[in-house]
Design a binder for this molecule. Structure first.
Ligand code: ADP
Length: 344
């Protein structure tokens, strides 16, 4: 689902529609995340055999790795219905009522960005998750009374980019907690090939691998790079994405050989040139970049951390030797200069 899209622009709506059309419908269509898929098969099987609703499941990981995809596959596997909402859309327990009263036995309620649920809504959900009932207060003051309303037995699926921000009572109410990892180049190339068939567009194996290599380990990024390469191939070539077409398309999109885009490089530039490589706090970086701190820590930094362009220290973010070298800067930080060569 969209990341922080509170205001939906035309391009985010278009992107959402594109995601929707490409999204795997069944567990067997999901590429990668093997361990998660295997564990889900077990719980799906046991709940079918026991005729019990699926236990509540929390998915966490950076944006675009497949949290919504997993959530939408589950009801298809179980033959139940799905309702979708997100943390920021639920400001008051009242906002939960339409979803809770529409539940069917065994159906799935998906809450994206669940770490952004206000505390009152979270607390309202505890008895719903635990005992399938909600407590409603009627009247006010001394005449107020609480009635308990039973609910259909349902499954709550939560998704978060920040499991650390979830309160521990909330976290504890999820029986399963699945962390999604970045994808390998081969897995992303396979996703690109599958999507090319859905789009009825041609791409060579080398071109799919090249796009995959430069997609930050993330299916949504791979889809975006692939989509752009396809536009480029139609406009500037005969429609087929070859290695050469893919490289030219990526160069025009300003994606470098390590898969970093303009925004990633701007982050590194600020860290290196303004803050001398750090360490520096995320708030200082966010002010200079004029981007929300959440965007930095949820969208930009996870991949830079994984690829060791930056490290997190108790004093803030710090550039590694790899970052200085990749950006063609003289190494100024003592720590980075002490690091051994990180390039292959
Ligand atoms: P998230 O909810 O984590 O932000 P999504 O589930 O919306 O990510 O994934 C973005 C897009 O990437 C989906 O529309 C889907 O087409 C594709 N995708 C994600 N994970 C997979 C996967 N494991 N296999 C195939 N496609 C995937």
């Amino acid at each position: 689902m969209s990341r922080q899209a509170v205001v939906k622009t035309d391009s985010t709506i278009e992107e959402a529609e594109r995601d929707e059309a490409l999204r795997p419908r069944r567990l067997c269509e999901i590429i990668g995340q093997k361990a998660v898929v295997e564990r889900l098969k077990i719980v799906l099987n046991s709940c079918r055999k026991n005729k019990e609703p699926l236990s509540h499941i929390l998915f966490d990981g950076p944006p675009g790795l497949g949290k919504t995809t997993f959530a939408t596959v589950l009801p298809n596997e179980l033959g139940t219905s799905l309702q979708m909402t997100s943390g920021p859309a639920l400001t008051n327990p009242r906002d939960m009522m339409p979803f809770l009263t529409n539940l069917e036995e065994g159906s799935i309620l998906f809450i994206d960005e669940i770490h952004r649920l206000p505390r009152v809504v979270e607390e309202f959900l505890y008895p719903a998750m635990e005992d399938f009932r909600i407590d409603i207060v009627l009247g006010e003051g001394i005449h107020a009374r609480t009635i308990s309303m039973p609910l259909k037995r349902f499954t709550l699926v939560g998704a978060t980019t920040r499991s650390g921000m979830l309160s521990s009572p909330m976290r504890d109410r999820f029986k399963m907690h699945e962390h999604l990892e970045f994808y390998s180049v081969e897995e992303l190339a396979e996703i690109i090939q599958v999507n090319a068939r859905k789009w009825k567009s041609e791409i060579t194996e080398e071109a799919a691998l090249e796009l995959a290599k430069r997609s930050r380990g993330t299916p949504r990024v791979a889809i975006n790079r692939h989509w752009w390469a396809r536009q480029y191939a139609i406009s500037e070539a005969d429609g087929k994405i070859t290695l050469d077409v893919a490289r030219r398309a990526l160069a025009m999109y300003e994606v470098d050989d390590k898969g970093l885009d303009k925004q990633d490089r701007r982050y590194l530039e600020v860290l290196l040139d303004v803050f001398g490589g750090g360490p520096t706090g995320v708030d200082a970086l966010s002010a200079t970049l004029n981007l929300p701190a959440d965007t930095l820590s949820d969208e930009i930094e996870p991949y830079l951390l994984r690829e060791q362009f930056i490290v997190r220290t108790p004093r803030g973010r710090e550039a590694t030797r790899r970052a200085f070298e990749h950006m063609g800067r003289k190494i100024t930080s003592a720590k980075a200069s002490g690091q051994k060569e990180l390039f292959d």
